[in-house]
Ligand binder design. Structure first.
Ligand code: ADP
Ligand code: MG
Length: 446
């Protein structure tokens, strides 16, 4: 390899075979990232796309040295990273500004870790404030600014140290649509402009359109545990037109990839080798962490608008992020109320009966379906033996059965589903799970 090739090919930041686990509030080990190999190259705008909770922020934090992986290596220009990556700046979703500092002072915070004279600092702050379009706001306080302006301050603070790598963690998701669009365009032109020193952008997002609009390369992170899925080059010329067929084609390609991985078209009970998420019911399968009310809402929308058969359209209709819609559909699917051939969502026979039924029949159907989910047998089996069971014990069992899920959150969702089904109840005061004493408890054969 020539020296030239070496320099050009050395990534600005890189994860090699990174694994990361956290302990949850209840002290259980949660495996969040598995075998992540990801490099940010000079000159690229890399988007990491994934649903909420898939581990995107964890990857960003590892990559920039904010946290350490449980195992694997973090590199900076080919060398092991020690501490924070000095070439990188991060902009977070929430506008983490100091309320008692002016815009100017908040921006100057971005230079605190750097050795600069006062004059240099002032010049750098002035320059970046102009660059980011905050010219009239030097002396303003955050409370006087709109959300969009505050996020500009956040971006200015990240850029003031002239980083080679700018990392954005859902930096636009708290902004209104127009402001977000405007800022995205401005960031693209900053990154493309040769005189900012900014070489690469690494952005984390859950919006497919945002990734396709901005990135030169898109990596999709699959959840539980976070694993890298699809990697796509995006060579569309800037500025990108959301309505263009090529743009739409990329968006649906990614949609499709996420849908078919989350809701694969394979029959239950047939484990498929190499398939990341098995639908086999005889395995312990995790449940999407969605409230019963939202599953019912989804079913009622499907019932009212039969023309909505496609996950993208349903997403639009319910006004949810694609990932959240998928979680809802998946919940309805494991309960066998809908089926999902290809990109479609269709009622099953049972689902049709369910939506048409009265409250009691619904409860009975729900109970029967919940009963079929192996995960629930952790609780149901204990409740057959004891009148009351400690939540702590159940959570521990969930933790061992599903190492990639947060057992406390899974427990809460199970209780919510089980409550609706009339199968179980939970007293938060005593920390005990018990069988509700009511005559509406569904028969197993209902
Ligand atoms: P994303 O950014 O994709 O929404 P995160 O990387 O923030 O996902 O989190 C991934 C998973 O790791 C989540 O289940 C989250 O609850 C968990 N997690 C993240 N940080 C911690 C932490 N410090 N302690 C415990 N769990 C954490
Ligand atoms: Mg995040």
């Amino acid at each position: 390899m020539t020296q030239l090739f070496n320099t050009a090919a050395t990534p600005i930041a890189e994860l090699r075979s990174v694994f990361k686990s956290f302990s949850t509030a209840g002290g259980h080990e949660l495996k969040v990232l598995e075998q992540i190999d990801l490099a940010v190259h000079e000159g690229e705008l890399l988007a990491l796309l994934g649903q909420s909770g898939s581990g995107k922020s964890t990857i960003l934090r590892c990559l920039t040295g904010l946290i350490e992986p449980s195992s694997g290596r973090v590199l900076h220009k080919g060398e092991t990273l020690r501490g924070i990556n000095e070439d990188a700046s991060v902009v977070f979703q929430t506008f983490a500004l100091y309320p008692w500092l002016t815009v100017e002072q908040n921006v100057a915070v971005g230079l605190m870790a750097h050795q600069v004279s006062r004059a240099e600092r002032d010049a750098a702050v002035d320059r970046v404030i102009e660059l980011i379009g905050l010219g009239n706001y030097h002396a303003a306080y955050p409370r006087e600014l709109s959300g969009g302006m505050r996020q500009r301050v956040g971006i200015a603070r990240a850029l003031v140290s002239q980083p080679r790598l700018l990392c954005l963690d859902e930096a636009f998701s708290a902004l209104d649509v127009l402001t977000a669009e405007n800022l995205r365009q401005e960031l693209i032109s900053l990154w493309r402009s040769p005189d900012t020193g900014l070489s690469s952008i690494f952005m984390v997002t859950h919006s497919i359109a945002e990734a396709v609009e901005m990135a030169t390369r898109i990596v999709v992170l699959f959840p539980r545990p976070g694993r890298l899925g699809l990697v796509l080059e995006n060579a569309l010329p800037y500025p990108r037109d959301e309505k263009s067929p090529e743009f739409q084609r990329l968006v649906s390609l990614i949609h499709e990839c996420i849908t078919t991985t989350t809701l694969p078209d394979i029959p239950a009970d047939v484990p498929v080798a190499g398939q990341p998420i098995s639908r086999a019911r005889n395995r312990m399968e995790s449940i999407p962490l969605v409230p019963v009310g939202q599953i019912l809402g989804l079913l009622s929308i499907l019932n009212d608008a039969p023309e909505l058969s496609n996950i993208y359209d349903i997403s639009d209709e319910v006004g949810k992020e694609f990932g959240e819609t998928i979680a809802l559909v998946k919940a309805a699917e494991i309960l066998e109320l809908v089926e999902t051939p290809k990109q479609e969502v269709r009622f099953t026979e049972l689902g049709r009966r369910f939506v048409a039924a009265d409250r009691e029949t619904r409860q009975a159907i729900f109970a029967k379906q919940v009963f079929k989910l192996r995960l629930f047998h952790i609780i149901i089996a204990l409740l057959e033996e004891y009148e009351e069971v400690e939540a702590e014990r159940i959570i521990k069992d969930i933790g061992s059965a599903l190492p990639y899920d947060n057992p406390e959150k899974t427990f809460q969702t199970m209780i919510a589903w089980g409550r609706y089904a009339g199968l179980m109840d939970f007293n938060a005061q005593t920390g005990m799970v018990f069988v509700p004493k009511s005559d509406t408890v569904a028969e197993e054969s209902a």
